[in-house]
Design a protein around this ligand. Structure first.
Ligand code: BTN
Length: 326
């Protein structure tokens, strides 16, 4: 809290110096405490000019998704109020699962880099250091396990809204939870949970957004992109992450209070899958049909070539267009 407040004051006064005395008066702590916090900020990457008589002046802040940089944009009550930021992690979802029982509802884990980022269906998740958003949100809803399919859709809607708010561009949801811009994937969501037969213990929503990365490995080039590549300018990761958490709280509350039904029209409106001819790829077979609806549980309803209607659960299949990835 102290450090966050100090950053706020330094940012407001960046035109000139602010004395240690004044800072200690405003923040009601000793000058030594201020000095210690300044040293901590420098370790985090803040450039601060210190003058023996005049005090301190902020020169620049780091391009890191640390709480001090996100907090000014955050409007949430509980999502992100317990916030863990790491330079490097194997996977934010793995850390979230390790901590889930020990931390409060709405805890957010953010990493600048993942060494073993995971995607759906056992795939890995590629990311470039400090140019993406790699985050996991721990939620503890009072819902039955089967209701979590819909929650993933809610998370996808959240991403669409956040990108629209910060980048003024419309993306689409490829069921179950890929976010598409100009026919390529800019974001993936991996929802994992721990549950008993009839009650959820916790849910981890892992979100990876390709924000400012510019290079992808050869095998991804065809279908992956970043916001920067598509918009031809860098995007403010801090604002985007804050908007993501703000919108997640709004939609999550609506989902808890009114149910999935209330958000389904918005999700359908933003779907790129509905109406498409698709291939549904199981581990051992493939079926073709038309995606006709998302049902009230969040399942994708396909009308097969034989005229049969089947509802798909997100965990079990991969859905592709007849000719391409979408
Ligand atoms: C997919 O499209 O297959 C889902 C990708 C999910 C990637 C995110 S990045 C943050 C979180 N941590 C992980 O290891 N995976 C998710």
């Amino acid at each position: 809290m102290l450090r966050q407040k100090l950053v706020e004051i330094l940012k407001k006064n960046r035109e000139g110096f602010i004395s240690g005395q004044k800072l200690s008066e405003i923040m009601k702590v000793s000058r030594t405490a201020i000095w210690k916090q300044i040293k901590e900020l420098e370790k985090l990457g803040y450039k601060i000019q210190a003058h023996r008589k005049l005090g301190y002046r902020l020169i620049s802040e780091p391009d890191l998704l640390i709480y001090e940089e996100i907090a000014p944009y955050l409007n949430t009550k509980f999502i992100g109020r317990n916030y863990i930021h790491k330079e490097s992690l194997s996977s934010t979802n793995d850390m979230a699962k390790e901590l889930a029982y020990k931390v409060p509802d709405g805890t957010v884990i953010v990493a600048e880099e993942q060494t073993k980022g995971r995607g759906r269906m056992g795939r890995s998740w590629f990311s470039e250091k400090s140019s993406c958003i790699l985050t996991s949100v721990i939620l503890k809803p009072q819902i039955r396990p089967e209701k979590t399919v819909a929650l993933t859709q809610v998370a996808a809607l959240t991403v669409v809204k956040a990108i629209e708010e910060v980048c003024s561009v419309k993306t689409k949801i490829k069921w179950p939870n890929d976010i598409i811009l100009n026919s390529k994937k800019v974001c993936g969501i991996l929802t994992e949970m721990s549950s008993e037969i009839d009650v959820v213990n916790y849910i981890v929503i892992g979100i990876g957004i390709n924000v400012n990365c510019t290079e992808f490995p050869d095998d991804l080039k065809e279908k992956a992109t970043s916001l920067q590549l598509e918009l031809e300018k860098p995007v403010d990761r801090k604002k985007l992450l804050a908007s993501l958490l703000n919108n997640l709280e709004i939609y999550y509350k609506e989902y808890e209070e009114k149910g999935f039904e209330s958000l389904r029209p918005l999700i359908l409106e933003n779907s790129i899958t509905i109406g498409k001819e698709v291939r549904v790829i199981y581990t051992d077979r493939e079926i073709r049909g038309q995606a006709i609806a998302i049902d009230k549980e969040g399942k994708l309803v396909i009308k097969t070539e034989k005229g049969e209607e089947i509802a798909l659960l997100s965990g079990e299949v991969s859905v592709r267009g007849l000719l391409d990835y979408i």
